[in-house]
Every structure is written in structure tokens, then in C-alpha cells.
Design a protein around this ligand. Structure first.
Ligand code: GLY
Length: 206
């Protein structure tokens, strides 16, 4: 993700382009188990994705509980640039994505399905601990040669989360925050804790 973002910036891409293209790399990589395709499932065995993006002007886009679409950060950018809204969720988010040229694809990787099946069978013995194997998210902040900042975040959320659970990553101010006159911050980790403080906003503004 960093290599792609860096290449984008050095080829005169904007901070926002670097965010989108950098994060896409991670979203499409099935070996990264907490973001995009190949992400861990929720407790029902479904992969649901959250992402958000913010530019140097304070524009923002966000997608929540997105299913069967492989590039949630790109959908978030589309919402920011091609709708009057900031956040779209669930079926509405998917409908918007399909209308804007995204394809419906299976984002449940065979490994994610196998892991979920094994978790269901062994559930009583396992705790859903936050640790190196059950963590995390990509959050990225960029600064381009025009002095403009951008930020983005994308995640499949907490492994075996309750169906419908949403973390900090798609919440502007929690998952990321950009204030071009000050700086930018982004969060990874347990979304429930980050949301309670609107952590990224608080860091930038303090
Ligand atoms: N930080 C990602 C999440 O909690 O979903």
C-alpha cells in the first residue's frame, strides 16, 4: 500500500489518489485478513466491509456494512464525489456502487470460510481477543506536493463480530480526520474504544 501510494505521489497524483490506490492494494490482497477480500467474517460467516476517505477541503465519503464489492475505499470516494451524502450503508451502499460501475463479486475467500467453519465448531473454547492475529485495519494519511493532506481507512472489522457491528473505520473523526491547516490522524485497533473518544478528530484538534 505504501509503495503504491508513494508511486502515485511521485507521479504527480494527488494525496487523495494516493490514498485510494494505496488502500486498494491491501483491499485486494487476500493474505491480509482484516481488510477487503480475504477478510475475516462476522459471526454468521459473512464478510462486511467499512471504509472512509477525507480530502484537504474537508470533503468526506464513507461506506458501512458493504457486501460483495471488492474496493470499499473507492466506493467511499465515489460517494464523496458523486452524491450529496457522506455515508451510505448496507444494501443502499451496494446499490450505489453497482450504479457507479463496481461489480458484484464474491468477497468470501475460501480461507475465510474455512476459518469461520472451524471457529463455529470450536467457539466455546475461543475468546474473541484483540491481539496480533485479530487486529486490524488499514489507515493511511498522505501529503502531496501541493501541501494537501488526505486520509483513508478500510477494514473488514473485528473477526467474528456480531452481525451488523460497525467499528470506527468508516466514522469520520473516529477512523480518520483531516484538517489541512493542522494535520491528519488515523486509527487502527479496537473500534469500540476509538469511537467513544472520536479519537482521530480529538488528536488533530488538540
Ligand atoms: N478498527 C477497526 C474496527 O474496529 O473495526
Amino acid at each position: 500500500a505504501n509503495i503504491k501510494a508513494y508511486e502515485t505521489l511521485t507521479n504527480h497524483g494527488t494525496a487523495l489518489d494516493a490514498i485510494e490506490l494505496g488502500i486498494n492494494e491491501t483491499e485486494l490482497d487476500p493474505t491480509i485478513r482484516t481488510v477487503g477480500y480475504g477478510g475475516y467474517t462476522d459471526h454468521r460467516g459473512e464478510v462486511t466491509l467499512d471504509a472512509c476517505i477525507m480530502d484537504h477541503l474537508g470533503n468526506a465519503g464513507s461506506v458501512v456494512y458493504l457486501k460483495d464489492i471488492k474496493k470499499p475505499i473507492s466506493v467511499a470516494r465515489k460517494i464523496m464525489e458523486n452524491s450529496q451524502h457522506v455515508m451510505l450503508a448496507g444494501n443502499g451502499a451496494q446499490e450505489f456502487a453497482l450504479k457507479h460501475g463496481f461489480k458484484k463479486e464474491n468477497i468470501l475467500h475460501a480461507q475465510s470460510k474455512a476459518d469461520w467453519t472451524s471457529w463455529i465448531q470450536n467457539k466455546p473454547k475461543l475468546k474473541n481477543l484483540i491481539n496480533e492475529d485479530n487486529h486490524d485495519t488499514i489507515t493511511m494519511l498522505t501529503l502531496d506536493s501541493n501541501g494537501n493532506l488526505a486520509g483513508g481507512s478500510s477494514t473488514s472489522g473485528l473477526r467474528y463480530k456480531l452481525h451488523g457491528r460497525v467499528g470506527d473505520s468508516p466514522i469520520i473523526g473516529s477512523g480518520i480526520f483531516v484538517d489541512n491547516s493542522i494535520g491528519a490522524a488515523g486509527a487502527t485497533g479496537q473500534g469500540e474504544e476509538i469511537m467513544k473518544t472520536v479519537g482521530s478528530f480529538l488528536i488533530v484538534e488538540l
